[in-house]
Unconditional design. Structure first.
Length: 579
């Protein structure tokens, strides 16, 4: 083509996204408007859009997808016309609000969001840090089935049972001690016969090993896998026996302390289904054609304990993972109270289940209801370490829910929240001293570190050293990859928090240096106090400070006098406050 006839195209303008996500808008970064945008994917930001009809990113937690979209209010949805259905599920549920509540219940999402708030480019990944003291078992052949009498002698089984009833049963009590030892005597008298009680023996022995042996015994994986195989076989019987339900409770308790969140959640779901099939969830007989096992009787208190523990395990595994919990429509409205005893704390643990149930994202719960529940939890005065831990865990969940909703009532209760959190640290230290590897011995100190960083006040940061000291002791006591990872993550969060505060302080200093009318207004060094003259510290310090900083007082006093809202401030008192 002749050069004279060439058409010169105008320079192409850079195309901009019509709508930028919130992280890119706040940080003035380029956004491509995708869902999620490339910048947020690269830097692992919490990608979300102000427009309620836009979709947001998803986070993955142990093969579980957690949507990270902000909540959408009914008012916003009402103005969307036909677009409203995009934010509502098939049952008319506000999906975005539901997902926000799932995130608020999850300690893992709380840690992730805390890291994004401190430093988005270096925030820890979405992960359940310090969920327990560490995985205990190596993988063994699936479907392993060995006789419990071939793995344990009667004296060994007796020793482990005594450990269980001394260490575990006071908190997770669902087995009658006398009946158990009668079963033990008869079982080892006829070692060749298999019974439906064998999974109970395996579960008790596994928990006894966990609380008495620092490292797993060679037969422990086979013991756990044998229990799993027997329980899965027995669960196919319609209806399962009470012994089968008891075996499942013991298995889930063991997994919660030694295994992964995913495996624990799956087992807790199976436990609920097996308990339903055994009619554990129904106290009064239905007297219908569905009541197919009227011959087996169970003590009412034991029945309530089994069902309450099943609820407890499934609720908290689902909350931590951000997954749905199993609900049984024909169950009693709430977990019924169990018979309290002097050395048994199970009744105290199960007394918290009704409040835990109300935190279900599928149930509407107002700020006032959350505050009432928070006050009830804060008012508890239990001293047993395991009960204190359960109380602190519930308090942390309610705190996350209120914080996610932007509630201002937390400020009024902050001192009590910190006080209860410190009790959790003391309970963890007691577990360390007695070598009691409860899952919360690791989980609570890590979550308290995150709580104190999230509160970010002088009162909270004062106790940060205590929380880190406890977490370090847990790491040293149960030296596992899980604990080393959790400790390193806590150190990272504190470091990022410190860096942010130093940057903020530097920025403030630069502003003051630039906009003060004279360099003499900025004191070069802080006033020092001679320890030998502590009795005269107040008068002498104020005199020294007055002589060195009179110009600064004059400048700041003039600034305050020009602002009506600040005229009540005592400038000298303000400047004399310790850094």
């Amino acid at each position: 083509m002749d050069e004279t006839h060439q058409v010169v195209s105008p320079p192409r303008k850079r195309r901009r996204a019509k709508v930028a996500c919130e992280p890119c808008r706040e940080r003035k970064r380029k956004c491509d408007g995708q869902k999620p945008c490339a910048t947020c994917v690269q830097l692992e930001y919490h990608c979300s859009y102000k427009d309620p009809t836009r979709a947001a990113s998803a986070g993955v937690l142990n093969n579980t997808t957690l949507a990270t979209t902000p909540a959408t209010t009914p008012t916003q949805l009402a103005g969307g016309g036909g677009k409203r259905q995009q934010s509502l599920g098939a049952a008319g549920v506000d999906v975005r609000h539901h997902v926000q509540l799932l995130e608020a219940n999850s300690g893992a999402a709380f840690v992730r969001n805390l890291g994004l708030h401190i430093d988005p480019s270096n925030a820890p990944r979405l992960h359940l840090f310090a969920w327990n003291t560490g995985e205990r078992l190596a993988r063994c052949l699936p479907g392993t089935l060995r006789s419990v009498t071939s793995m344990l002698t009667k004296p060994e089984m007796t020793r482990l049972a005594l450990v269980y009833f001394d260490q575990v049963a006071p908190t997770y009590g669902c087995i009658d001690r006398d009946s158990f030892f009668k079963q033990l005597d008869s079982r080892w008298q006829a070692p060749w016969s298999n019974t439906t009680y064998d999974p109970v023996f395996c579960g008790v022995a596994a928990l006894g090993l966990h609380f008495s042996e620092r490292f797993p015994m060679a037969f422990e994986p086979d013991l756990v896998e044998t229990a799993k195989t027997l329980l899965e076989q027995d669960s196919l019987v319609a209806p399962p026996s009470v012994d089968t339900v008891t075996g499942w409770v013991l298995r889930v308790a063991y997994l919660r302390m030694t295994s992964t969140p995913h495996a624990t959640w799956l087992a807790s779901c199976s436990l609920i289904h097996v308990a339903e099939a055994a009619n554990i969830h129904i106290e009064a007989p239905l007297l219908t054609v569905f009541d197919s096992n009227p011959s087996e009787t169970i003590d009412l208190d034991t029945q309530r304990r089994l069902w309450g523990l099943a609820q407890h395990f499934n609720i908290w595994a689902s909350y931590d993972l951000g997954r749905s919990r199993i609900t049984v429509s024909s169950a009693s409205t709430t977990t019924k109270p169990v018979e309290p005893t002097v050395t048994d704390y199970t009744s105290q643990i199960l007394a918290l289940v009704p409040i835990s149930e109300k935190l279900d994202p599928n149930k509407p719960l107002s700020v006032e209801d959350l505050e009432t529940d928070l006050l009830q939890v804060l008012a508890e005065t239990r001293n047993a370490p395991s009960v204190v831990m359960a109380r602190v865990n519930l308090m942390l969940c309610i705190f996350r829910r209120l914080r996610a909703g932007g509630s201002h009532i937390l400020h009024a209760h902050m001192d009590r929240i910190i006080s209860v959190a410190l009790k959790g640290l003391h309970a963890s230290q007691a577990m360390i001293a007695s070598y009691s590897p409860w899952h919360h011995a690791a989980n609570i100190p890590f979550q308290v570190v995150c709580l104190l960083l999230a509160i970010d006040s002088q009162a909270s940061l004062t106790h940060l050293g205590d929380a880190m000291d406890t977490l370090q002791r847990v790491r040293d006591t149960w030296d596992s990859p899980t604990m080393r990872e959790a400790y390193s993550t806590a150190v990272l969060l504190i470091y990022l928090h410190q860096q942010r505060k130093e940057n903020d302080a530097r920025n403030l200093r630069n502003v003051l240096e630039r906009y003060s009318t004279s360099a003499q207004y900025m004191p070069a060094d802080p006033v020092t106090v001679n320890p030998e003259t502590v009795g005269e510290a107040t008068t002498q310090t104020r005199q020294d400070w007055t002589a060195a900083s009179a110009a600064e007082v004059s400048w700041l006093g003039s600034l305050v006098s020009d602002m009506p809202a600040l005229r009540e401030i005592d400038v000298e008192e303000f400047l004399m406050q310790p850094a």
